[in-house]
Design a binder for this molecule. Structure first.
Ligand SMILES: [Zn+2]
Length: 57
């Protein structure tokens, strides 16, 4: 597993910026770019990490 401060998507080495709360899976940390895509799924909640909240909004 990737360390929690890196995006957990395959082949992505960006720093993690957002915690995704996924009803059918474990929470995962992803970069802001992946969060924008993944958070569109029903039930997924994107919770920006404090440091990255600026970039997310
Ligand atoms: Zn990513």
């Amino acid at each position: 597993m990737a360390p929690p401060d890196e995006c957990t998507e395959d082949d992505c080495e960006r720093p993690g910026a957002v915690v995704l709360h996924i009803p059918w899976a474990d929470n995962r940390v992803v970069c802001s770019a992946h969060a924008r895509v993944l958070a569109r799924q029903d039930g997924v909640v994107a919770d920006p990490l404090d440091e990255a909240a600026e970039n997310w909004r």
